[in-house]
Structure formats: C-alpha cells, structure tokens
Design a protein around this ligand. Sequence first.
Ligand SMILES: [Ca+2]
Length: 228
Amino acid sequence: MMLKKMCLLVVAIVVCSTTTSFAQVIGDFEGAAGDHDGWVVNNGTGTSTSFDSAIHATLGSQALSLFSNSGVSGAGNNFNWALTLTDDVLKALPEKKLKADVSWTTSEWSPNTGWAQMKEIAVNSDLGWAQTTPIDDTSNPGSPGDWDPNNFGASDTRTVTWDFSGIITDSAGWKASSYNQINIAVNWDGAITAPGSFWVDNIRLVPEPASIALLGMCGMFALVRRRR
Ligand SMILES: [Ca+2]
C-alpha cells in the first residue's frame, strides 16, 4: 500500500510539473554582440541604439542596454517604439503574461530630474494594432513602468508585468494570424537633455492564473497524498 501511495505521489508531481510550464524566456541577451534573441531595436523619433551590457543582468551575465538619444529632446519628442519581436512564440500570449526586468541608473540621466518609462506595449497581427500599459511593477506598483531619479535611488531594477487579455480578445484570430508581434516603447521627460539608458533582461512569458491555480492544486494534491 505504501508503495502504491508513493507511486501516486511521484506521478502527481511529474504530471503537475509537466502541465504547469514555467516561465518561457524570450529575451535573455546572452548571445554574441548584436544577437538580441530576435528582438529588433528601432530607430525613430527619440532614436535608440543598443548593445549587450554587463551590468543590470538579472538572468545570466548580460542585459540589453537601450541607449536613447535625446539629442532631439523636448516634450513630446521622446517616445519611441524601441523594441520589436515578431515570432510565432507569441501565439501563446493570450494564455500568458509578459514580464521583464527593467533597470535605470540615475547617473545616466541628466539633469537628475524628470522621469523615464518602459510602459506601453503594443501587439500587432492580422487583427491590427492594440496597446496596453503594465499591471504590476515590483518597485512602483502604484504607477507601473514609471521611474524617476528622485524616488528610486541611484540604481533601480524592477520586474514589470503586462497582461494582454484586454487587448487580445480574439485568441483564435491571434493564433491564426500570419504574424504575431509585440513592440515595447520607451519614453522620457523632455526636461532630460542628455541621452540616457534603459536596461532590460529576462523578458519572459509566464502562465496565466488558471495555470498557476493548477500548480496550487497540484501542490495541495501532493500534500494530501503525503498526509494520508
Ligand atoms: Ca541576460
């Protein structure tokens, strides 16, 4: 009987571990210089350039540094759809949330006032363009994606979370689309007159609460089995 219970426990753990997939990393920036895991850095108003950075890495030893040139600084000139990924892996987006570790360093921004944001994300597909703002931020839950040098110290790294359920309402249409794309914007205060950097690492897709609830049920099931 004991052997049977142990077997059931092992099966439960294996099944639960398999069905509740963990975060799927879609940007760790660990490759060679210029290899950004398929992410494309856009040049436009508020031009951004990029390079692999040894600082602010939260997964592995490199992060992506977005250097945003505010040579055209002035209110309204600093918003840029800086990062784009077009990949079939995004077909899973309706069942997932997107998280990214985002960093700023006060000394990068001059004068040390104003604000910077990694906030808006847009999805694009045959269904069209739709955008949303983050739902959570480990440093600034009251205003996710917003950073400023006065309130967040010399160096700040946080995890920002975006939820696409409100803008991908046609899940079947999204999955059937000929392409699936997300675009991440950076934005900063026109009062900041020198170029500054955004860092991003460990961009990942994480299961929706339904899957997390399943994980909880699996844990409870394992506990019940253990107590019997
Ligand atoms: Ca990394």
